[in-house]
Ligand binder design. Structure first.
Ligand code: CP
Ligand code: NVA
Length: 312
């Protein structure tokens, strides 16, 4: 079934229904097949995309820029050294101006409020390329990768180890709840997600058959994990917490023992990247045969293209 998502922003997956997420994943698969087959289309010809980055990026920037450019569109990269956003000009006014010149806007930065304000005042689709709270485009790529591996999403046990309240963990919990996965978080209590978000995710989970389990015990979380996911222990902007995090999160490292403790030979390893090898994951796991993080990185491009195809 086709959905009309024209004009929609993607600020958080909380705003998307399971059917709409399914629709985006189907377009992603098609976009990947087209690229593999060398089919060249020009579906963004004559269109422009503003790409605003307050924080650094490899995958998200390159995914948006190449996906938009290879379809004939003109992406414009704007770092905080280039534009006035929030310093000399309010976010509202910047949004109004960009909305007059661009067909869509991507934003990566600190506050969720900024990406929401851009959407409110620009009048064009706005995509959240990561804020402190959410990373929705990442989770579409993660779901795509899980589906490629297991042929479906419903009932898959995905275990996230580490900082349970960062942007990636929050969004993975939302995406899992909406798409019927069993989301298990292994994290120290100090880093558990906000209670209102957990409650909302339990509501999303009710009709999809998903479950949300939160524990501080790795030995409870890991057995039966079909996918083990981790992310950095210190997210961008939290560098002052590095020492504290290293101590707190050491027991949650994904290593050979954790992979073996799933009891399943088919467990895959996922990481949004960039990784700090030797901290949240050991080299043998991330560079080993069960790692799917490079497919996951590639899938950022196909899923991001799908979002733009659906909404522009
Ligand atoms: N996973 C991810 O968002 O990577 P970048 O920070 O390189 O964009
Ligand atoms: N949690 C990480 C994700 C990077 C893609 C961060 O915010 O730095």
């Amino acid at each position: 079934m086709a959905f009309n998502l024209k004009g929609r922003s993607l600020l958080t997956l909380r705003d998307y229904t399971p059917e709409e997420i399914r629709f985006l994943l189907d377009i992603s698969r098609q976009a990947k097949q087209e690229r593999r087959a060398g089919v060249i289309q020009q579906r963004f010809q004559g269109k422009t995309l503003a790409m605003l980055f307050e924080k650094r990026s490899t995958r998200t920037r390159c995914a948006f820029e190449t996906a938009f450019g290879e379809e004939g569109g003109h992406p414009v990269f704007l770092s905080m050294a280039d534009i006035q956003l929030g310093s000399k000009e309010s976010v509202e006014d910047t949004a109004r101006v960009l909305g007059r010149m661009f067909d869509a806007i991507e934003f990566r930065g600190f506050k969720q409020e900024t990406v929401e304000t851009l959407a409110k005042y620009s009048g064009v689709p706005v995509y959240n390329g990561l804020t402190d709270l959410y990373h929705p485009t990442q989770i579409l790529a993660d779901l795509m990768t899980v589906e490629e591996e297991f042929g479906g999403l419903r009932g898959i046990r995905i275990v996230y180890c580490g900082d349970g309240r960062n942007n990636v963990a929050n969004s993975l919990m939302i995406g899992s709840a909406k798409m019927g996965l069993h989301y298990v978080l292994a994290s120290p209590k100090e880093l558990w997600p906000a209670e209102d978000l957990v409650a909302a995710c339990r509501e999303y989970a009710a009709p999809t058959g998903a479950t949300i389990t939160i524990t501080d015990r790795m030995e409870e979380a890991i057995p039966g994990a079909q996918a083990i996911y981790t992310d950095v222990w210190v997210s961008m902007g939290e560098e002052a917490k590095a020492q504290e995090r290293l101590k707190l999160l050491a027991p949650y490292q994904v290593n050979a023992a954790a992979m073996a403790a799933t009891g399943l030979p088919e467990t895959i390893f996922l990481h949004c990247l960039p990784a700090v090898k030797g901290q949240e994951v050991t080299v043998d796991v991330i560079d080993g045969p069960r790692s799917r993080c490079w497919d996951e990185a590639e899938n950022r491009k196909h899923t991001i293209k799908a979002i733009m195809l659906a909404t522009i």
